[in-house]
Design a protein around this ligand. Structure first.
Ligand code: SAM
Length: 305
């Protein structure tokens, strides 16, 4: 469906579709609030990282931290309406430090979304094992960001088995040394009410991960100042959408969510209102999303389902 070229707020809307043997990714250069009006009730998962308040004003339009909630709420209806009833919204974001103090616009945004009917299902933490170097008078290096999982229903689509991970060598070592307390469930010595039964782990090859995701920052420049790693959207795509489902990134940037979707066999739509990032995303998707016939190593590491 070639999109009509139109002019909105001085930006020429453009559209390109990149395909591999498993899926297609459509990139649109326009305001996502406008584009999503054409996708009512069709989207399985919105996974995105919005512009940080004020932080990147050299690169794209920024929003003052005090205005962030109001600005983000202008996306509430387009996002909510685009999702299927069992669909999910994942927002990767971090509070900005203003005058030495963490501004709480992120918490306020999540509160405001909850007041408008979104269910806050869980808060994931993206742990960065390689945080940016630096030194500040009152803070240490910033080693994590939020990923908020919000949904339209209390029971959104959720496939935990799709994100199982190898159990790891430590289990072999631990199981070899099982004591008598490990062979049946028993309460902890401090009466906390928690118990464990490690014998249940025998012969297990995989385990469910926790809600802390340890993923290294992207090293290479992808023609965009705020690229998240492919593994981050890939985790949520596997967990929160069926194969063949439709994934949307309404702040598409360099196209990371599209790369993950193409590699995981999901249809996807990326929207960015900056023509420069539109071009970068199309270029990158052609390079990194092309998987013809044989699955390459990256795809195999992402594809568990
Ligand atoms: C933090 S970046 C996303 C980076 C992306 N996750 C990646 O890995 O490259 C946010 C993007 O949102 C885009 N943007 C801001 N307002 C927008 C709007 N109303 N509609 C579409 N895109 C918008 C900006 O141009 C910017 O590229």
């Amino acid at each position: 469906m070639p999109r009509k070229i139109k002019e909105s707020q001085g930006v020429i809307a453009r559209q390109q579709t990149v395909r591999n043997d498993f899926a297609t990714c459509t990139v649109i250069c326009d305001d996502s609030r406008e584009v999503l009006k054409e996708f009512v009730g069709r989207v399985d998962l919105i996974v995105t990282s919005p512009p940080y308040a004020d932080a990147r004003h050299k690169h794209y339009d920024s929003i003052h931290p005090d205005k962030f909630v109001e600005w983000f709420m202008s996306f509430h209806e387009p996002f909510y309406n685009a999702l299927k009833p069992e669909g999910s919204l994942v927002i990767n974001i971090k509070d900005k430090v203003v005058d030495g103090v963490r501004h709480r616009y992120v918490w306020k945004t999540i509160e405001a979304l909850s007041e408008r009917g979104w269910y806050a299902i869980d808060d994931y933490l993206w742990h960065k094992p390689n945080p940016m170097p630096g030194r500040w008078p009152t803070r240490l290096r910033d080693g994590w960001e939020y990923c908020f999982h919000l949904s339209k229903s209390k029971r959104p689509y959720f496939n935990a088995d799709a994100v199982r991970k190898p159990i790891g060598d430590w289990v072999e070592t631990r199981l070899a040394k099982l004591g008598k307390n490990d062979l049946s469930r028993h309460n902890s010595a401090n009466q906390s009410g928690f118990g464990r039964d490690l014998s249940k782990w025998t012969n297990k090859k995989t385990v469910l991960p926790s809600n802390v995701l340890s993923i290294a920052l992207v090293g290479k420049n992808k023609g965009h100042p705020a690229v998240f790693p492919v593994e981050l959207p890939a985790f949520f795509i596997k967990l929160l959408s069926p194969v063949g489902g439709l994934i949307v990134d309404p702040f598409g940037g360099s196209g990371t969510t599209g790369v993950a979707s193409l590699l995981l066999g999901r249809e996807s739509l990326l929207i960015d209102n900056n023509p420069k990032y539109f071009d970068e995303a199309v270029k990158r998707l052609r390079q990194e999303g092309k998987v013809n016939g044989k699955k390459h190593a990256m795809q195999q590491s992402l594809l568990l389902d």
